[in-house]
Design a protein around this ligand. Structure first.
Ligand code: DC
Length: 225
């Protein structure tokens, strides 16, 4: 079974995807981390992410692996752990450039499909999972939360690495990222017909998990009847 989770930045979709995968024994594929890894690799190698041709050329040569560890999902590029660089608080604009790059998207989408099909049972999270990567996914979720609440959650993480960052800085970046994610010509974030809406604003991660597991259970029952 393929479970597609799309949603806005910092909406809690990664936590939900990780928890669902853990509970059901499915593979968890954090596709955002793959776009981030390409951005981190470009930065490390002095390739401007706005240079679409050079970034696409290097994305075609890279090997990107995701691994589950006790510290959460990690991403490796050609065997090197790039997770910290890929999640640096200031990487947002570079990741958006990479996500806008249609040639990079084609490479990563192909890889995501391969990983999902090989696993058979997988939870994929991102922006275009239900629309592009697995349009036939058995279950599709659309996860959102109030922008201020998302900024508050992201601030806790970002402060660990940049103590001077403010809530307003994070909120501004989140609003800009939402806009860019929704208006991308290819792979834009959109709610697919039939997707199950999940608003995590007032939820604990456990409440979100139970709500989503209940919906998956209903879909499975529907499939077998
Ligand atoms: O989920 P995230 O914030 O880690 O994603 C990082 C960026 O990658 C975000 O700006 C949107 C983009 N992205 C995308 O375009 N398509 C995906 N399937 C996943 C992420």
């Amino acid at each position: 079974m393929i479970i597609a989770i799309d949603g806005t930045v910092a909406s809690g979709k990664s936590t939900a995807a990780r928890n669902i995968a853990g509970r059901l024994g499915f593979l968890h594929i954090n596709t955002g981390l793959m776009y981030r890894a390409v951005a981190a690799f470009a930065r490390r190698n002095g390739i401007p992410t706005a240079d679409a041709h050079r970034v696409a050329a290097c994305a075609k040569e890279l090997r990107i692996d995701l691994a589950r560890t006790s510290a959460g999902q990690r991403v490796y590029v050609d065997g090197t752990d790039m997770t910290d660089e890929a999640t640096a608080p200031d990487i947002g604009p570079d990741v958006s450039n990479v996500a806008d790059n249609e040639a990079v998207r084609a490479v990563l989408v192909r890889e995501q499909r391969r990983m999902g099909l090989e696993a058979g049972d997988a939870v994929l999270e991102g922006r275009d999972i239900g629309s592009v990567v697995f349009p036939d996914a058995e279950v599709k979720f659309f996860v959102t939360a109030d922008a201020r609440e998302r900024a508050r959650r992201r601030l806790e993480d970002d402060r660990k690495r940049n103590p001077d960052i403010t809530l307003d800085d994070v909120l501004e970046a989140i609003i800009a990222r939402d806009e860019r994610d929704r208006s991308r010509p290819v792979g834009a974030l959109k709610r697919m017909p039939g997707a199950i809406d999940v608003d995590t604003t007032h939820n604990t991660p456990e409440q979100t998990l139970e709500q989503m597991l209940a919906a998956i259970g209903r879909m499975r029952m529907g499939r077998s009847s």
